[in-house]
Design a protein around this ligand. Structure first.
Ligand code: BG6
Length: 478
């Protein structure tokens, strides 16, 4: 059977400014929190420094230099047939400290050029307003999203770009993986908050829950205000939440495990999207706050704002499931994208230990759609792998096989009745890994000559998967 996707299906790729653009201090750009994250590995966590230190490798500083190579890259995306391209606008390029009243015109000019280039090839821009890169000055001033002041800073930024691109951009994502903030790693990564002085990026020792849930509340209000204002700027704008989604499997059919999986689902997956899609805190939130001594400070209008500013579509990243057990002693654990769990004996894993589960994607899409019944975009999925670059290319059959299986799962979900409208493969061109800061954890269809030490020509090469994806898009399916 020929598995065609709907004619309007948006095929494409996804990136984020801090992992892709480089030029971290060019044309007036200020420091982002991501610019103070050193390189790491899977065994050696990235460090957070308080200033740029000499002789330290900060992968975001050059990344893969989209800033100067956007024309070449967009031409390659067009050659693959992209219908859409997801990228973020670096907040500190537009508001270098996040505290200014007026934007940095030089920063805006860069995105003018990127968007014009996309339009030239009829590629629909899909813009993430905040993707792991708040301005560092806000962290210094008031610990970023811990403070309500961040809402105003975010509003100035979002209003500026929505006004500027009101005729060019239709799809907006307010926060990348907002629910990353449910986990300690999200405090600095997603929200730019320092919770201790150790400088260890993924510090799970500190219980920052109160801080993180308060920060999330500020982000919910900010997201809703942007949606409301955006619709006034252009009523055709479409806004999405963006969730790092993990389908939760009980390790056994012990009711304790099944119940635990349900709780993980509620808090891990749905807490944020329930707020952003339905416009109110879910019924289970209150008990969770109480049991965990969380007090959310709200202003009188907050809940009304949240109610008015609900999103139009649901977007998600999907990499791997999480398996949970109520009796986890002695069981082998795995750590994946933001979340860890028990090793699932039925699944294989990537070289970085991320379990591979295409059926889980179909299961997740059905789960999400049955809850919300609004259009869904899978805006991140892909395989981070070590590539062997031989004779100017990479024979990445493993990546093709991974994506093939996930695209198949999406097709099945559409047959199930899910309104899936877009797929943007993560890291469509090799870029810096968010979790480890490595270059050699590659996701791309396009190989970039750069290694973990930051050495290389930055030249671009088409991998085997480049031609495969081109074919998928050309045939609108498999
Ligand atoms: C998601 C993020 O968590 O996963 C991306 O939105 C990130 O920014 C992607 O790059 C893959 O994770 P990693 O750690 O392999 O880069």
């Amino acid at each position: 059977m020929i598995k065609k996707f709907p004619d309007s299906f948006l095929w494409g790729g996804a990136t984020a400014a801090n992992q892709y653009e480089g030029a971290y201090n060019v044309d007036g750009k200020g420091l982002a929190t991501s610019d103070l994250l050193t390189a790491g590995t899977v065994d050696c966590p990235r460090r957070i420094t308080k200033k740029v230190e000499n002789n330290v490798n900060y992968p975001s500083h050059e990344a893969v230099d989209f800033y100067h190579r956007y024309k070449e890259d967009i031409a390659l995306f067009a050659e693959m047939g992209f219908k859409t391209f997801r990228f973020s606008i670096a907040w500190s390029r537009i508001f270098p400290t996040g505290l200014e009243e007026k934007p940095n015109e030089e920063g805006l000019k860069f995105y003018d050029k990127v968007i014009a280039e996309l339009k030239k090839y009829n590629i629909e821009p899909l813009v993430t307003i905040s993707h792991y890169e708040p301005p560092y000055e806000c962290t210094k001033e008031f610990n970023s999203w811990e403070s309500r002041r961040m809402i105003d800073s975010y509003m100035r930024f979002a209003t500026t770009i929505m006004e500027r691109y009101k005729n060019d951009v239709r799809y907006w994502i307010t926060f990348n993986e907002i629910n990353a903030l449910m986990r300690p790693i999200g405090a600095y990564l997603e929200a730019g908050m320092l919770v201790d002085d150790t400088g260890v990026f993924n510090n799970t020792e500190v219980d920052s829950r109160q801080l993180r849930f308060q920060a999330l509340h500020h982000q919910f209000v900010a997201s809703a205000r942007v949606v409301e204002l955006g619709k006034e700027i252009n009523n055709k704008f479409q806004f999405g939440c963006m969730i790092t989604y993990h389908c939760n499997y009980p390790y056994t059919c012990d009711p304790q495990d099944v119940f635990l999986a349900q709780q993980e689902d509620q808090m891990g997956n749905f807490y944020c999207s329930d707020v952003q899609v339905r416009g109110e805190y879910p019924y289970y939130a209150k008990r969770y706050w109480k049991d965990n001594n969380i007090t959310i400070n709200m202003e009188p209008e907050d809940l009304k704002i949240i109610k008015r500013g609900t999103v139009d579509f649901y977007s998600m990243s999907y990499y791997q499931p999480t398996t949970v057990s109520s009796k986890d002693e002695g069981l082998e654990t795995v750590y994946g994208n933001i979340v860890g769990g028990i090793k699932n004996p039925y699944l294989e894993a990537s070289e970085w230990g991320w379990e591979i589960d295409p059926l889980g994607l179909r299961y997740s899409l059905n789960n999400i759609y049955s809850r919300y019944q609004i259009p869904i975009m899978v805006v991140e999925n892909g395989l981070g792998a070590k590539d062997e670059f031989i004779n100017g290319t990479v024979q990445d059959d493993y990546r093709i096989s991974y994506l093939n299986d996930h695209i198949n799962a999406m097709w099945e979900a559409i047959q199930d009745g899910v309104d899936l409208i877009a797929f943007t493969s993560w890291g469509c061109i090799d870029l810096v890994s968010a979790s480890t800061g490595e270059m050699e954890k590659r996701y791309g269809f396009i190989y970039v000559d750069k290694d973990n030490e930051g050495k290389g020509t930055l030249d671009r090469f088409r991998k085997k998967s480049f031609y495969w994806y081109q074919d998928v898009i050309k045939n609108n399916g498999l």
